[in-house]
Design a protein around this ligand. Structure first.
Ligand SMILES: [Mg+2]
Length: 341
């Protein structure tokens, strides 16, 4: 590598783990460039997929990925019910009886691991496991609250409040868990992002030492990866926008900020922060932004607008240590807004 060349995000890891919704696909449609980038990454890296979705089996997820042209099989997919097994192994004995609320994505995994599933609180389950299914009813939630009254462990596959569907946002597992929580007045253990069990399950599955997790959400993906000690890349093909990255608290700041997955194999320039009496300046390649008090302004747009976003993020993250609510100048906001059009 020439002296002035920067490593790519892909160079930083030997295992690439990717979120699915908002990174690989959106609903039924593949996200532009994602499939080609991940297939190409597989030539030199281990690539795995992590999903909080508890309603589908890993094999079904893999089948969908293959139908989009991605090379993947069931063993490459880690689901939140699989991560739930890790949590269960810490709170119940092997073969314990479980009151499982959820669909086949959950029940098949629990039964496959040797647990005995019961349908009512009267059967004295050793724990309650709660995952999403569109068929979960009031009667199911009531069995959970009856069973939890005895103080047995409660494990949720994930706590995503909202489920994005074609017609809008619908109640997700987090909303159904909240209904139970309102009655039993305690918190479940949770397996999905941003908790660490899903990442831990991936660590057990894939051999490696340097992990890069790619996600589209600051609050779940990036926070969870950091908690798990993995490096992380935020990609702007899903939920989080540049402003969300700027506002990220220290425990949810990504190591890389990507426009789309093509950026995985492009040199990722380093950030240089310099301070004088008046200004704090952030430089990424030939993009420069500067902070004066709370005001952040564009000094030089440079050749690559993503570098303006990267420089601004570094500046805001450094800046908020000493100042509240940074204000971005109109010109800077315009360049940032135009980057993702
Ligand atoms: Mg996502």
């Amino acid at each position: 590598m020439p002296k002035d060349a920067h490593p790519t995000p892909l160079d930083s890891a030997d295992v690439i783990l990717s979120d699915l919704d908002g990174v690989v696909y959106r609903g039924a449609a593949p996200i532009p460039h994602a499939i080609a980038a991940l297939n190409s990454a597989r030539k030199s890296k281990t690539v795995g997929f992590l999903t909080n979705n508890a309603s589908r089996l890993a094999a079904d997820v893999a089948e969908q990925l293959v139908s989009m042209g991605l090379r993947a099989d069931a063993d490459d997919v880690v689901t939140s019910p699989q991560a739930t097994l890790l949590l269960l192994s810490k709170v119940v004995e092997p073969g314990a009886s479980l009151l499982a609320i959820g669909g086949p994505g959950l029940t098949v995994v629990l039964e496959g691991a040797g647990y005995r599933l019961v349908r009512t609180a009267d059967e004295n389950p050793d724990a309650v496991v709660q995952g999403f299914s569109p068929r979960v009813s009031w009667a199911d939630l009531a069995e959970a609250t009856y069973a939890l009254a005895s103080g047995i462990p409660w494990v949720a596959t994930n706590l995503d409040a909202a489920l994005p569907l074609e017609r809008g946002l619908a109640p997700g597992n987090g909303a159904l868990v909240a209904a139970v929580r309102a009655v039993v007045n305690r918190e479940p253990l949770a397996a999905g992002k941003p908790e660490t069990a899903l990442f831990d399950a991936a660590r057990e599955r894939f051999l490696g030492s340097r992990w890069l997790f790619i996600g589209d959400r600051i609050d779940t993906d990036i926070r969870g990866a950091k908690r798990s000690g993995m490096s992380s890349a935020l990609v702007f093909t899903g939920i989080s926008r540049p402003q969300d990255a700027f506002a990220a608290p220290p425990d949810a700041r990504p190591d890389f900020i990507l426009r789309d997955l093509r950026d995985l194999t492009l040199p990722y320039p380093s950030t240089r922060l310099t301070r004088n009496d008046q200004f704090l300046t952030s430089t990424v390649a030939n993009s420069v932004v500067a902070a004066e008090g709370r005001r952040i302004r564009l000094v030089a747009p440079g050749d690559e607008p993503m570098n303006v976003i990267r420089a601004t993020a570094a500046l805001v993250w450094e800046h908020t240590v000493t100042f509240d609510s940074p204000r971005l100048d109109a010109e800077l906001r315009e360049v940032i807004a135009g980057t993702l059009d």
